[in-house]
Design a protein around this ligand. Structure first.
Ligand code: DAH
Length: 358
C-alpha cells in the first residue's frame, strides 16, 4: 500500500473508533477527555499528521484535505454528542430535584421545656414579682458553706442524714462535696453582700440541682430545690407565713390553705414544716394525704442567729426567714405525677404531655 493510502486508512480507522467512543460517552466529563485525546495538541490526530511530512509534496494537499475533513467530522460529532448529553443531564437533574407538590408538608416538631425547668421558671417568677432577687451558687461546695455556716457543725447528727457525696480533688487541701441542698446559697448571697460593704435588706430566690446518695421511688440522687430567704430589720414569722401563703396559692393557682407545723432544722429557729390542704381531695382526706387532708410541701423557719453570725451580720439588729422546697415534689403535686422517676427517664411521651412551648 502506498504511503498516502496507508495514512488515509489510518485516518479512516481513527474516525470510526472515535465516533463510536463519542456516541458511547456516558457524561460530559468523559466527552471532554475524548476531545483532548483526539483533537488535542498531543492527541491522536496530531500523531497521524506526523506521517504527512514523509509524503511526496504533491500528495500533501490531498491528505491535508482528508485530515481537515476528519477533524471537522470529529468536532461535529463531539458537538452533537455534547448537546445530546447536556440535554440528558439536565433531564436527570430535573428528575432528581423533582418536588411532588401534592404531598402533604412535613411539620417541624417543637421542643418543650422539661417540667422541672417549667417549675423553676414559674416559681422564680412568683418570687421575682414579690421583689426577690435571683441568685445562683455552685453545685460543688465545701463543708463550710454546705454545713458549718448553716449551723451544722462536724459532729452534728443532721450532717449524717444528708447522705453526702464527698470527693477529694487532687491538689485540694479541703474535701469538696456535691451540695446536698440549696441552703448554702443563703450563705454565699449574704457573704457577697457583706464583702461588698453592703448590708440587709436582702431578699433572694435561688434554684438549682442538689445531690444525695439516695435512690428509690421517691428519691433520686440528683434533684432540684428552690431556696428563698429574706433578711432585714424586724422580719417576723408573720412575714414568712404571708410570703408562703402568697407563693403557694400563686403556684397552685388556687387559694390553698396552709399550716406551719413545728419542726427542727439546724439553720432555723424556730423551724416549721409547711403543709398545704391536699390538692387531690380539696383538703377532705384521701389516700394520697393518708386521710389527713394535709400534704407536706417544704421546710422553713426563722434564720438561726448562728447563721447570721457566720457571715458577719449582726443578729441583734437583723432577722430573717428562710425556706427550701423540692421542685419535683411540688411539680408532682401540681400535675398529679405519680412517680419521681418520670422526671429523669426522658420518655418523650411524658415530656410532651407535660410540655409547654413557652
Ligand atoms: N435545706 C433543707 C433541706 O434540704 C430545706 C430547708 C428547710 C431550707 C428549712 C430552709 C429552711 O431554708 O429554712 O432539707
Amino acid at each position: 500500500m502506498s504511503e498516502i493510502d496507508s495514512l488515509k486508512a489510518q485516518l479512516q480507522d481513527l474516525q470510526t473508533k472515535a465516533l463510536a467512543l463519542f456516541a458511547d460517552a456516558s457524561d460530559s466529563k468523559v466527552l471532554q477527555e475524548l476531545r483532548v485525546a483526539y483533537l488535542g495538541k498531543k492527541g491522536e490526530l496530531t500523531s497521524v499528521l506526523k506521517g504527512v511530512g514523509k509524503l511526496p509534496p504533491e500528495d500533501r494537499p490531498v491528505i491535508g484535505q482528508f485530515v481537515n475533513a476528519t477533524k471537522t467530522a470529529l468536532a461535529e460529532a463531539l458537538d452533537k454528542a455534547e448537546a445530546l448529553l447536556s440535554v440528558k443531564e439536565k433531564e436527570l437533574r430535573i428528575e432528581a430535584e423533582r418536588i411532588d407538590v401534592t404531598l402533604s408538608g412535613r411539620t417541624a416538631t417543637q421542643g418543650v421545656l422539661h417540667p422541672v425547668q417549667q417549675g423553676f421558671d414559674e416559681m422564680t417568677a412568683i418570687f421575682s414579682h414579690m421583689g426577690f432577687d435571683i441568685a445562683e451558687g455552685p453545685e460543688v461546695e465545701d463543708e463550710f458553706h454546705n454545713f458549718d455556716a448553716l449551723n451544722i457543725p462536724a459532729e452534728h447528727p443532721a450532717r449524717a442524714s444528708h447522705d453526702t457525696f464527698f470527693f477529694h480533688a487532687e491538689g485540694d487541701e479541703e474535701a469538696k462535696l456535691l451540695r446536698t441542698h440549696t441552703s448554702p446559697v443563703q450563705i454565699r448571697a449574704m457573704q457577697a453582700c457583706v464583702d461588698a460593704g453592703g448590708e440587709p435588706p436582702l431578699a433572694v430566690v435561688a434554684a438549682g440541682r442538689v445531690y444525695r446518695c439516695d435512690y428509690d421511688v421517691t428519691h433520686s440522687p440528683m434533684f432540684h430545690q428552690v431556696e428563698v430567704f429574706k433578711v432585714d430589720k424586724d422580719v417576723s414569722l408573720a412575714n414568712l407565713k404571708g410570703v408562703l401563703q402568697h407563693f403557694l396559692s400563686a403556684y397552685f393557682e388556687k387559694d390553698v390553705p396552709i399550716r406551719l407545723r413545728p419542726h427542727y432544722f439546724p439553720f432555723t429557729e424556730p423551724s416549721a414544716e409547711v403543709d398545704i390542704g391536699c390538692v387531690f381531695c380539696n383538703h377532705k382526706g384521701c389516700r394520697i394525704c393518708k386521710g389527713s387532708g394535709w400534704i407536706e410541701v417544704l421546710g422553713s423557719g426563722m434564720i438561726h442567729p448562728n447563721v447570721l453570725k457566720a457571715v458577719g451580720i449582726d443578729s441583734t439588729v437583723y432577722s430573717g426567714f428562710a425556706f427550701g422546697l423540692g421542685v419535683e415534689r411540688l411539680v408532682m403535686l401540681k400535675h398529679g405525677i405519680p412517680d419521681l422517676r418520670l422526671f429523669f427517664e426522658n420518655d418523650v411521651r411524658f415530656l410532651r404531655r407535660m410540655g409547654s412551648s413557652t
